[in-house]
Design a protein around this ligand. Sequence first.
Ligand code: FAD
Ligand code: 2HG
Ligand code: ZN
Length: 470
Amino acid sequence: MSTLISHLQSIVGTPHVLTEGDLSAYEQDWRRRIHGKALAVVRPGSTEEVAQVVKACAAAGVSIVPQGGNTGMVEGSVPDESGQQVVLSLTRMNAVRKIDAANLTVTVEAGVVLQSLQQIAAEAGFLYPLSLAAEGSCTIGGNLGTNAGGTAVLRYGNTRELCLGLEVVTAQGEIWNGLSGLRKDNTGYDLRDLYIGSEGTLGVITAATLKLFPQPAAKLTAFAAVPSMEAAVELLGLAQRELSAGLTGFEVMNQFSLQLTDQHFPNLRIPFTADHPWCVLLENSDNESEAHARERFDHVMELALEQGLVLDAVIAESVAQSKNLWHIRESIPLAQAQEGLNIKHDISIPVSNIPRFVAETDALIAAATPGVRMVDFGHLGDGNLHYNVQAPLGDDGEAFLKREEKRINTIVYEQLMKHGGSISAEHGVGSLKVHSLPKYKSPVALQLMRQIKQALDPQGIMNPGRVLEA
Ligand code: FAD
Ligand code: 2HG
Ligand code: ZN
């Protein structure tokens, strides 16, 4: 192994091969559920260096875990405990290669942090719409690797829909330049879409050409209390009809998720937490003006109040207030983390089935594990719930997970199958759900996935044991 380490040092430079000291930022996942041990953390500075690193690892038979901001939620971005895997950190590759204003595209390297890209796009007069609470540290490579969703999917789609081309280093260390920027290209199998969402198991994404959009003239946010999940779904339909493409966010939060956030972040000034079972955050993006946006939003809220879909509502008076409302929603995962280890279910269900799913599953979980606290929130606008389960008050999170995680997962997953859902909406499979996948995905689909893995990574060195069992 020392030969491989010196070879890697000769490729990327000795300071960029980390083998000692505190490597926990690379070896521990964001949720603090697993702590692996890397043979080395390698930080290449160019696509050519990535290709050479992959070739060196392949020759030595050493597997590679690609890593961006390490904010992934499914234990897919950190090494296992063997001390034999190389973490390939892309964060040094953070250049913006090109903005093509007429083509409405930007080409960036994989290590660019999402928030930097949003800012760079805004400075050039455009919108890059992907938005999620980890945007200050997650990277474009990680977003593509997981096909991240976030809060604007109902209008702009997942990361896959935002990507026009990729540059990839294959598992053999070849460079595929597919940075076309074309909106139409029917020249065979879609390799781009294969790599997107493959969680580092097929190759390393080193750069991407992404779509830009015109900035809306105004964005307004409203926060509304609703009497039930049924009402939240009806409100979604009303807002879609009235605002059509202007509706760019529709998030739901249950009472306990807001109480928990209030408890851990008391400065957030959450409107009406205590009295209502559910709250909804709506965002309206308008191409005319703020006054026009407000007029349309007022109209939606008036209709919703008349129809009993909304019990109380505030419409932000300023950009700062809008940001604060978003901040409340985005603080829920952080509040959950502060409360302790918890069971996460990042699930999707046809919107029409969500009220029944939630009512039935809440009851089943309460009967199986009395006292658990449901932290239920998410992107209702695209049918994605974070249907999370916090240990009963006073129960130790780790002990609770050991005791109950499998049982609760089975209840939730069986319910998802009954209601036409998926066990992973936007976070991916990683190693967290890899053993559940065979039970809940079509055997034919799984077999095709295995064949693709075998064809693109015959040596099995790319992030083994993630997505597919090793
Ligand atoms: P990492 O965590 O480093 O890696 C994630 C996966 O991608 C791993 O399997 C890794 O091997 C692979 N990968 C990383 N870089 C590359 C590359 N260059 N080439 C190939 N594979 C690669 N996700 C959502 O979808 N929506 C949300 O709303 C959302 N909110 C979040 C909020 C918080 C507070 C946190 C902590 C996470 C959230 N996430 C969300 C999950 C996470 O932020 C996303 O999955 C994000 O896209 C991961 O980016 P990253 O750079 O941190 O990737
Ligand atoms: C979000 O939407 C993220 O905030 C995280 O996807 C969800 O913590 C979670 O379960
Ligand atoms: Zn989410």
